[in-house]
Ligand binder design. Structure first.
Ligand code: ARG
Length: 458
């Protein structure tokens, strides 16, 4: 353990267990790029403002660039006994360029430094998540186009309800993931403000230029209140919230994939490369990936709750509790990224068993609503028509028939309004393809939805 930067105030060295407990470098070392980038922008502002000399700034920036390069090539590795990434970089800089390195921290505190680093780091994570979501939507669009006329049962209460197309079902997920993109982008927008220059909590007496630093870092602007700048972690909560919703959507999708690939449904078959076998039951093919995605959803929710709970009782401004933010939000983004990465090819390689979807739709009186609609169009009030249709279903169950298998005479016993055209009206494909209302399940409607999403993605 090297001497602490704050050693002057203390008579004893830090206990080594306390040092381990206190240290965050294991978690925050991944922010090295943001930390160094922020320091470079800070040093160059200090020089422009005449707070340090141009020569000092030049040396500092060169030293920082070399550290970045050495970390990237592996020539330099992190000192895991360091307190955090900020202390590590500063100590390494001073080791390399001597006392000049000690000037970097002028008009700055680790409090505004860490707040900036997390923002910069999460901004790049947000971009990656958005790209992965786009890739997922692309696969969904492709499949929806392929299966826009594939009839399957639509469910409510997991009971067969009305026939839909598989393409329509898939497009529901495209909408969810499109909203997820907008949530991530929205969080990134608010995240993109620089807290640097707030210093420890109260600002500084040095003539700094905070806006210049924000501009150099490509950020939208600065956090206007120095206390808020160093104590705000809303942006981490917002990203963890967006991650939680992404996981919730992936989890619902996973649940359906698990059901659909069971023998009870057999609507799809997962590719061998994306499913696993059993160590004892030779017939098994398990949807482990989908189950793991569903399982990992809980930990991302946990990360969100960790952040909210960590913040709820904190007085302004910085408190060490806040060091816990990184482990939680990094776990949330890591989990979302790994899940999306594996989910996309799993979905892309799925085999769809159209016959089983159609066969399932043919059973279960899925066209009973259409019988009621038929009578309604002939002038029967909907409630009465609904009752007649229900009685017909009961009759079918008693007689082991489906609605399509009834004769016209049988129909007529329940209402004189039934004519030959009832058979056309309850034909499964007609029932599905005629639901051409905006957002409905017809082929044209699915095509419209695909077009809509494509335009949104541009
Ligand atoms: N490692 C700390 C964190 O992540 C950096 C800020 C430390 N500031 C302080 N005043 N001790 O929160």
């Amino acid at each position: 353990m090297s001497e602490k930067m704050w050693a002057g105030r203390f008579k004893k060295q830090l206990d080594s267990d306390v040092n381990d407990f206190n240290s965050s470098i294991r978690v925050d070392c991944r922010m090295y790029k943001s930390d160094i980038g922020g320091s470079i922008a800070h040093a160059s502002m200090l020089a422009t403002q005449g707070i340090i000399s141009k020569e000092d700034a030049k040396q500092i920036i060169k030293g920082l660039e070399e550290i970045l390069n050495d970390l990237e090539t592996g020539a330099l590795s992190f000192d895991m006994t360091a307190e955090d990434i900020h202390m590590f970089v500063e100590a390494e800089l001073t080791k390399r360029i001597g006392d000049t390195g000690k000037k970097l921290h002028t008009a700055r505190s680790r409090n505004d430094q860490v707040a900036l680093d997390i923002r910069l780091h999460l901004l790049s994570e947000a971009k990656e998540i958005t790209e992965l979501l786009k890739a997922l939507i692309e696969v969904i669009l492709e499949k929806a186009e392929t299966y826009k006329a594939t009839v399957m049962p639509g469910y409510t209460h997991l009971q067969r309800a009305q026939p839909i197309t598989f393409g329509h079902h898939l497009m529901a997920y495209a909408q969810m993931f499109l909203r997820d993109i907008s949530r991530v982008e929205d969080a990134a927008e608010r995240m993109n403000y620089s807290p640097l220059g707030a210093c420890a909590l109260a600002g500084t007496t040095y003539p700094t230029d905070r806006i210049a630093v924000a501009k150099a870092l490509g950020m939208n602007g600065i956090c206007e209140n120095s206390l808020d700048a160093v104590s705000d972690r809303d942006f981490a909560v917002e990203l963890a919230n967006a991650c939680s919703l992404i996981m919730m959507h992936l989890s619902r999708f996973s649940e359906e994939i698990i059901l659909w690939s069971s023998w009870e449904f057999k609507f799809i078959e997962l590719d061998d490369a994306y499913s696993t076998g059993s160590s004892i039951m030779p017939q098994k093919k398990n949807p482990d990936i989908a189950e793991l995605v569903r399982g990992k959803t809980g930990r991302v929710y946990g990360d969100l709750i960790t952040l909210l709970t960590m913040l709820k009782g904190l007085p302004l401004a910085y408190n060490k509790d806040m060091q816990e933010d990184k482990e939680a939000v990094f776990d949330a983004v890591d989990t979302v990224k790994t899940c999306l990465l594996i989910f996309v090819p799993m979905l892309n390689t799925v085999t769809v068993i159209k016959e089983n979807m159609l066969a399932a739709a043919a059973k279960g009186f899925i066209n009973a609503t259409d019988v009621a609609d038929y009578l309604t169009k002939k002038g029967t009030p909907f409630r009465t028509a609904y009752k007649i249709s229900g009685t017909l279903v009961a009759y079918c169950i008693d007689n082991g028939k489906t609605l399509e298998e009834l004769t016209l005479n049988e129909f007529k016993e329940f209402s004189p309004d039934f004519e030959k055209d009832i058979f056309e009206a309850i034909n499964l494909e007609n029932c599905t393809f005629k639901r051409n209302s905006r957002g409905g399940t017809s082929v044209e409607s699915v095509e419209r939805q695909i077009q809509f999403i494509k335009e949104q993605l541009k």
